[in-house]
Design a protein around this ligand. Sequence first.
Ligand SMILES: [Zn+2]
Length: 176
Amino acid sequence: MDDERSHASRRRTLTICGVLLIVIGVPLLVTGIVKFTSTMGSPPPRSSTQEFFDDPAGTMDRDNARWDADMEAKKASGLGGMAFFALGVLALGVGSSLVTFANRGKLARYTANEVAPVVADAVSYVATESAADVGAAARALQGATPPAEVVKVKCRACGSLEREKASFCSSCGKPL
Ligand SMILES: [Zn+2]
């Protein structure tokens, strides 16, 4: 039984590690996406060469230097975003597989007890539904063919409608 218990505790440890990795992975992933998308927008226009010549004070030069620095920062942020994203994906992947691995017995039992009846229900539902559909289609086909005409006669005694070939009224019993 000791083996059983150590097995259970190891499984719990694995589950906790997996859940922790998932908990860490989600913000990493989100941070990565946010960082990366923040670098997506088109950059502000860089001053052209012609504008340089019209700008003896050199403000354009400073602007462009700032622009270059912005681009560098954006590039770094984009790379950082990708790194965060990759780490997040890795953490989520490892975490979820750890949880799955640790609970595979439980999962299998869960599948057998919970999922299988649902699947069976769904299958039988589909089966009965399609059977009903087939029946409806058959009835529709039958409805499409005109029913054989039934000539009826009225009983002189009680007025009930009887088949032409009947010799006695089914309602009052008198001969037609
Ligand atoms: Zn009658």
